[in-house]
Design a protein around this ligand. Sequence first.
Ligand SMILES: *[C@@H]1O[C@H](CO)[C@@H](O)[C@H](O)[C@H]1NC(C)=O
Ligand SMILES: *[C@@H]1O[C@H](CO)[C@@H](O)[C@H](O)[C@H]1NC(C)=O
Ligand SMILES: *[C@@H]1O[C@H](CO)[C@@H](O)[C@H](O)[C@H]1NC(C)=O
Length: 681
Amino acid sequence: MIVPTIFATLVCLATWTKSVAATLSITADHYSFGGVNFPQLQFFTPQHRDDTIREIVKSGARVIRLFIRPDENHPDVERTLGEFDKSLLDQLDDTLAAIHHLSKGQIKVIIVPHDAHALRGSNGVPCDAYCKKLDGAFLDFYSSDEFRSLYKTRLEVFFKHYPSKNFDGRSWNELSEIILGVDLQNQPFSGIWPIPSGESWLCDIANHLKFTVGLDNANIAVISGGICGAQKVGGIQNFPDSAFDCKAIDVIGIHGYFSKEHDATAGTPWANLFIPGNTLTARAKDKEGKGKLLLVEEWEYVHNDDFGLFYKKEAIFDQGNALNWRGIPWLYSHISTLNEGKTARVHPLRPEYTAWTALKGVLKRSFTARSNFNWSKYLPPPVTIVAPTADEAAEQHLRSILIGAGAEWKLRRRNLSQLTTVPLNPYILEQSDCTFGCEGHLCDAADGCAPDLICKNSVCQRNEESQPGQIGDRCNSKAVCQSHLRCVKGECQACEARRTRQPEEKRKRTIAHEVPLEAPERMRKAVQPNDPNGSCYTDALPALFVLQEQSIASASPMLPVCLPPAHHPNPCHSAIHCSADQYCFWGSCVTCTASDSCLGAPCRSNNKCKTGYCNDHGRCDYAGQKKKPFGPGGARGQRNTRIAGVPKGHERGPAKVRDEAMRINIPEEKVAQTGMPVATG
Ligand SMILES: *[C@@H]1O[C@H](CO)[C@@H](O)[C@H](O)[C@H]1NC(C)=O
Ligand SMILES: *[C@@H]1O[C@H](CO)[C@@H](O)[C@H](O)[C@H]1NC(C)=O
Ligand SMILES: *[C@@H]1O[C@H](CO)[C@@H](O)[C@H](O)[C@H]1NC(C)=O
């Protein structure tokens, strides 16, 4: 059987989806960005350091995160507590200068002034002077006044007292042209959740950095640094109330480590975490001046033995792609010149390792990605450095003759992409069970998913049992089928995705006694549906003949091709059946307009929200969300007398923040598992 109706339409995946109002794609005029963690960059020889920086500049990265911490071959800057090695700060300062000059001011850095792993000698970071004094009781670092004051001195020495070697003796707290932000620490309380003691350290140190050290004067951001280590799906490890409620924290740094799974790509958790308007993003996007910026400060390739190393590129592309689509800036963790293997490391200078090509692919796209958040206070808009046009060159030549002016390269403002379709991942292996529209893949419309899946919140997912209009469900004029399905004889009919056009076969005349040999060869060269250069068979007559031939050859009858996504809306009983930017109106998912109180809109009561539910933070949310326990101990605070430095609600009761020194010996971290912190941490 062939397609029953013949549409004379121009069809391919791209044109179908472009014609539809893109759902959940970001249209705000803010830019996002991408970048990398590079823990040991300052330790390289100047030549190797600069070659590496040049390669990173070419990729379109805008931020490099640098660490001040020891490694096997280099001591910490603070060799003994209170004593600092100026030559190591000079070395980092040289790196700042190299990045600034080689990127022509386009790349900024985030400085990590200390790594919580150095308090325990974990994650490959040697035990430093704090660690030796703590002698295993590493949580005392956060709760003891003595340690707080030592750490505050460290921060003052780095950012206030050290005179920059390369930036005219200015102190680092003034260098906003090169420093985007400073972490409180890398992964405070790393791996410990909920926080057992010393939580007020977070806001205490943030205030110290912002006001005493003076980062505020130069618009250098204070970044939370990945509180408690790895962010879990559905958890709040990196953004407890103590971070959201602390005015001195400008940016919430999120660290998450996700691997490819059978029902999800490595990027799916990121797409789910940052649905525009959900509890996290809506809360961050509070009133101007009160909100927080969200930055995925660490994400990485996490090896999963079920798949193997061939999937490294795919997993890297999926994660960067998901974050670009959601408009959340990100930094890959991490760049290294050690062997890559099964680790997260990506080597930028060795062409025989190929993960860098995938990372470059998403970095390049991040350069023009849009965001719902305004980062301009901390990072200037992206520009490209372009050679002058012929006319401009002629004019410059004339001017150089007349007034002796030199030729100039120009900085051009980059237009942000109008991203209405999800870029396909070109690194999905041809041998994969599924290369397009699989469970967990990003999608922008119903035809971006396999017909038995539903595209909801930009992710192809299995239908919940309650989701109306699935294949096989009863249907009639009132109970319609999902947008890509037809109602045939009272039942939502299965359909098949539009097939990918294959290269024209050379029709060789086969001589009767010759054994046909091409078949397996041809199979291997088949164009896969994830090929960005591929296109689909249209409904035009010649295409239909080809398809009919194919289906006869494969002896599998063709199902009708699914309906184009704009055919009719998805059916629903409540907003939870629709995407985040829709509500349920008389049984159909309807796209929200700016005046509707949809997901993320401010609200005071449930009945105002078209998505059904007004959450604790005064924003419309999905109904049926599980209540998340905020703060340590998971309890919300009662009305209490405020204690300076202690976040509201944490003064007493189970959520009380304890500040007395507690000698807690926490065992060293074990070998990292899937979804757990690994590598740079
Ligand atoms: C972003 O914020 C800056 C101030 O930090 C403001 O000047 C600018 O207009 C904002 N940009 C947009 C597009 O709203
Ligand atoms: C940017 O957009 C403007 C106006 O839409 C257009 O004229 C210009 O050619 C675009 N520039 C680039 C580099 O695409
Ligand atoms: C797609 O086509 C372009 C231009 O013809 C080519 O440079 C690129 O390598 C192709 N991409 C793939 C994945 O085949």
